[in-house]
Design a protein around this ligand. Structure first.
Ligand code: ATP
Length: 361
């Protein structure tokens, strides 16, 4: 039996004058899910989340929280909560007072408020002594945790996050990404998160929704988006990738239109079956491309010259210039690295099973 979603959007649109910021969005979010909305700047992420929390009005469409329509309910009467990039904590008040603020609004008794504040300090792994500490004496990461504790004190049905980590330095951000994921698991709450950073989305989310010009281009679990993007846009958004324009040959196999890809007589599985003459994009991730030595073969082969090698810690990345001028990326684990010299002629190969055919642009 499929469960009812906690949040459902149907045909949600937003116009700013002539401009369509959101174009008839449909979305269902399950209770307890961690959904991340990723997209380039201007794709409509913030507009959508502002509509979901009620600080922006939609132009068209319907939003249900469980069975209740909420699009006309003002933000302060919605059982949801937003964690912002700028933290909006009270800087001169103590951590305890900040966390207890929502409970005070609800007129909870002081001893209950304090007990809950201590529970939340524990949950966010902040020392109990922080209860007395002022916000302006806390570090950036500590403030972020206090803001999360305060958001949880509201006990919202859904927590919305608008790029809460983007102002923090790299290491702190990496730690907090993992902490957020753990926090999500410990609380069982529904988290809806927006970010520019696909890496952040990959670490934390159950599902990722990729936004493009006010629409969702693809919504799926991270692995699916990584391995089987539905368009070039999604594939490129998911990091380093090799993409080739191809055309179906007489037997439905892809042949390169711009690059000389030799199909080593591969019979490609039905998932790659291309109609004769159809144009598509063949995608292969750098880690699935191999250097072919001696008379090694593969389903797809490209020849070129090794242009550069970069040590990326546990991996090594290579750039190869194919004979038509296109650049390919190859990545190998350190222990499997290729011992060639820049300037060497190389043959690259990969198998049909690790390639993916994209038909969208
Ligand atoms: P970023 O990642 O840069 O924050 P975003 O994906 O969150 O971008 P939005 O802030 O939702 O994008 O903006 C989507 C589009 O709507 C942009 O082109 C923006 O200029 C436009 N827009 C947003 N708010 C308004 C407004 N109040 N009036 C006019 N246009 C707006």
């Amino acid at each position: 039996m499929s469960r009812e979603p906690i949040l459902r959007l149907e045909g949600v649109s937003k116009y700013f004058g002539e401009f369509t910021a959101l174009d008839s969005i449909n979305l269902e979010i399950d209770e307890g899910e961690f959904l991340t909305i990723v997209g380039p700047s201007g794709s409509g992420k913030t507009t959508l989340i502002r509509i979901l929390v009620g600080i922006e009005e939609l132009s068209n469409g319907k939003i249900w929280l469980w069975n209740d329509r909420i699009e006309a309910i003002p933000a302060n009467r919605r059982p949801t909560c937003m964690v912002f990039q700028s933290l909006a904590l009270f800087p001169h008040k103590s951590v305890g007072e900040n966390i207890e603020f929502p409970l005070k609004l609800r007129k909870q008794r002081p001893e209950n408020r304090k007990a809950r504040a201590f529970e939340l300090l524990d949950l966010l792994q902040l020392p109990q002594s922080f209860y007395q500490k002022r916000i302006n004496e806390c570090s950036g990461g500590e403030r972020q945790r206090v803001a999360l504790a305060r958001a949880l004190a509201f006990d919202p049905e859904i927590l919305f996050f608008d790029e809460p980590l983007s102002a923090l330095d790299f290491r702190l951000r990496k730690n907090l990404e993992k902490e957020l994921k753990d926090l999500h698991r410990r609380t069982g709450k529904t988290f809806v998160y927006i970010t520019h950073s696909l890496e952040e989305a990959m670490v934390m989310s159950d599902r990722i929704a990729i936004m493009r010009s006010g629409r969702f281009e693809q919504i799926a679990v991270a692995d699916e988006i990584y391995a089987r993007p539905i368009s070039r846009f999604v594939a490129e958004f998911m990091g380093e990738v090799n993409l080739f324009s191809v055309k179906g040959d007489d037997s439905g196999n892809p042949v390169g239109t711009e690059i000389d890809i030799q199909t080593g007589g591969a019979t490609l599985d039905s998932g790659m079956g291309l109609v004769r003459g159809a144009l598509a994009t063949l995608m292969v991730r750098p880690e699935a491309v191999n250097f072919l030595v001696d008379d090694g073969t593969a389903d797809f082969v490209v020849e070129g010259v090794l242009k550069a090698e970069y040590a990326l810690g546990s991996r090594t990345q290579y750039k190869v210039k194919a004979d038509n001028g296109d650049e390919l990326a190859v990545e190998k684990l350190r222990e499997d690295r290729f011992f060639g010299k820049v300037g060497d002629r190389v043959r690259l190969g990969w198998n049909a099973a690790s390639a993916h055919m994209i038909t969208g642009d």
